[in-house]
Design a protein around this ligand. Structure first.
Ligand code: NAD
Length: 361
């Protein structure tokens, strides 16, 4: 029977519309091949929403997103809106949609593609075969804990305060996401904290440890964050799935992603307890190359694969998309950001056409 999914598309700004067009074409073909009907609707976010409505996240956008099975976002932002007050900035729309959809789990894969191994700043033998998923808690921890602010002390000196806090239920829900993901991958989960110093981390470690009995197939380990940072660049192949809090995850997910060396290739997913999840490339709107057919659409296409796997529980079409990406790279096609000698330079559109050809073959 045909499966139907309603997908909200948020093209946003800059290269967003270009890379999303390629991705929708890919999904349409995949839909035909796997008997899936995607019902797409487009909504405004970021600078384009500011221009049209004065608001970077119109209420209508949030409503459309909430009523869909998944949200596919491209990127927001650009020079034009850089000097607006904070509440009117495109980035406020991005934070607003994550909060509005209660997306507390951020998934950032770092996979070394053999075709792009030379883009990594680390030695080939260190990164070859790296395939890591960082699961970062996104809506708690030190970025949100109270009290926060800059206060005057009794002596008149200013004191800046942020509070790292997690409740048991916040730890349990991100722990569950991470164990489930580890189960779908290599059955290895490393929880990263700073339990030797921070009380909040001790609670984190205790909760994650107690959850392990529900997942007997998943091998659980713990690392302090300083050691985890070291191990990520020393011997990244030891990791499969990593789970950690907001601050540590912010830093470690960027470090892990950069093992791959190419920003135009990195997808991400943000999940809540229920649908819809939000799927987007890690990169921004690249205003320096917008409208010039130079953007690499592959991070966006791989975000659609994450949408299928983690948002819609459709692993087979997800895998087909990922294999098509590897195939076009094997054929030597490269956009400017991943170009290397001897390869065939293509623009965004031609990269999309190459993908469609592979999918149809
Ligand atoms: P950026 O990721 O947009 O660009 C950094 C560099 O990488 C640029 O040289 C750009 O041309 C290149 N690049 C990025 N994506 C590419 C792709 N798909 N193909 C080829 N090259 C690519 O980051 P930035 O320049 O710091 O920010 C530009 C704008 O994007 C800002 O307004 C920023 O706020 C916004 N931004 C948005 C998001 C998001 O929507 N999630 C994330 C980061 C930045």
């Amino acid at each position: 029977m045909t499966r139907q999914y309603s997908i909200t598309l948020l093209p946003g700004d800059g290269i967003g519309p270009e890379i999303l067009t390629v991705t929708v074409d890919v999904l349409k073909i995949i839909g035909q091949q796997f008997d899936i009907k995607f019902n797409f609707q487009e909504a405004l976010i970021g600078g384009s929403a500011i221009d049209a409505t004065g608001n970077p996240l119109p209420e209508e956008t949030l409503t459309v997103c909430r009523n869909s099975d998944a949200v596919l976002l491209a990127a927001i932002g650009g020079y034009k809106w850089d000097n607006l007050p904070r509440h009117q900035r495109p980035e406020t729309g991005l934070l607003g949609i994550r909060a509005g959809l209660n997306l507390f789990a951020n998934l950032r894969p770092a996979t070394i593609l053999p075709q792009l191994i030379d883009a990594s700043s680390l030695k080939k033998e260190v990164v070859e075969g790296v395939d890591i998923m960082v699961v970062r808690e996104l809506t708690g921890g030190v970025y949100f804990g109270q009290p926060k602010g800059v206060f005057a002390t009794e002596t008149g000196e200013k004191r800046g305060v942020n509070t790292m806090a997690y409740t048991e239920s916040e730890i349990d829900r991100i722990g569950k996401v991470a164990f489930e993901i580890a189960k779908k991958r290599g059955n290895k989960l490393c929880s990263v904290d700073k339990a030797n110093v921070l009380d909040v981390s001790q609670l984190w470690r205790d909760r994650i440890t107690s959850m392990a009995t529900e997942y007997p197939d998943v091998e659980l380990s713990h690392l302090y964050v300083d050691n985890a940072a070291m191990q990520l660049v020393r011997a990244p192949k030891q990791f499969d799935t990593i789970v950690t809090g907001n601050l540590f995850g912010d830093i470690l997910s960027d470090a892990a992603a950069m093992l791959t060396g190419s920003i135009g290739m990195l997808p991400s997913a943000s999940l809540g307890l229920e649908k819809p999840g939000l799927f987007e490339p890690v990169h921004g709107s690249a205003p320096d190359i917008a409208g010039q057919d130079k953007a690499n659409p592959l991070a966006q296409v791989l975000s659609a694969a994450m949408m299928l796997r983690y948002g819609l529980d459709e692993p087979e079409p997800a895998q087909k998309i990922e294999q098509a990406v590897l195939a076009v790279l094997d054929q030597g096609y490269r956009t400017g950001d991943i170009m290397s000698p001897g390869m065939t330079a293509v623009g965004c559109q031609s990269m999309g056409e190459a993908l469609l050809k592979v999918l149809e073959s």
